[in-house]
Design a protein around this ligand. Structure first.
Ligand code: SF4
Length: 198
């Protein structure tokens, strides 16, 4: 059975959807190993189902709870907000979201105010130092326009979320130094992720 809540190290991950607006070349959904759990959901879990899956794992045992999964969690903004509110109410210390930064485009509105006071850390996939490279590796449904959307999302995130991190995956043709400069210009933390898929 597919996992809605799963543990990696001291973090408890929440898998809320398999849908995504990108189709990245390095997406773990395409690798054989994935993250070591079956994350292919047979249906989109409701808020209640997500909370029940988390209750079974005792979220207070972990350093952080991370909305991540095999898809883009902010596609399910209403469920993420409701579950994050519940997590805060039981005393979870830290809540993080890993996102592709395209949720505002997807929903056609600014969803970041919804996350204020609930999400402590947001990790946004920058993926590249420019729009052309971004589209080559991320293969967004929005084409090269997606890159500017991500930059806008990063800038907007700083208003509502205490810690904003942007990431790239080390990948052929992606200039890490240039990507780092973009992060510096935006005034956010920068992290390089290694690709371990196969
Ligand atoms: S944004 Fe994330 S979930 Fe979506 S295709 Fe890229 S790596 Fe996979």
């Amino acid at each position: 059975m597919a996992e809605v809540a799963y543990e990696i190290g001291n973090s408890l991950y929440v898998n809320v959807t398999n849908r995504c607006t990108n189709s990245c070349v390095f997406c773990i959904r395409k690798t054989e190993k994935g993250v070591g759990y079956d994350l292919w959901l047979d249906h989109e879990p409701t808020t209640q189902e997500i909370i029940e899956a988390l209750q079974k794992k005792d979220p207070l045992k972990y350093e952080e709870v991370v909305f991540c999964g095999y898809g883009e969690p902010l596609i399910k903004i209403n469920e993420v907000v409701a579950v994050a509110r519940w997590l805060k109410s039981i005393g979870v210390k830290k809540i993080r979201i890993n996102t592709n930064g395209l949720a505002n485009r997807y929903h056609g509105r600014n969803i970041l105010p919804d996350l204020k006071g609930l999400i402590d850390v947001i990790s946004i996939s920058l993926n590249a130092p420019d729009a052309k490279t971004y589209q080559a590796v991320s293969r967004s449904r929005y084409g090269e326009e997606a890159y500017q959307e991500v930059l806008n999302f990063i800038t907007e995130s700083k208003k509502y979320i205490p810690e904003v991190i942007v990431t790239i995956v080390r990948w052929k043709g992606v200039d890490v130094t240039e990507a780092r400069k973009v992060a510096e210009r935006l005034g956010v933390k920068f992290r390089v992720r290694e690709f371990y898929g196969n």
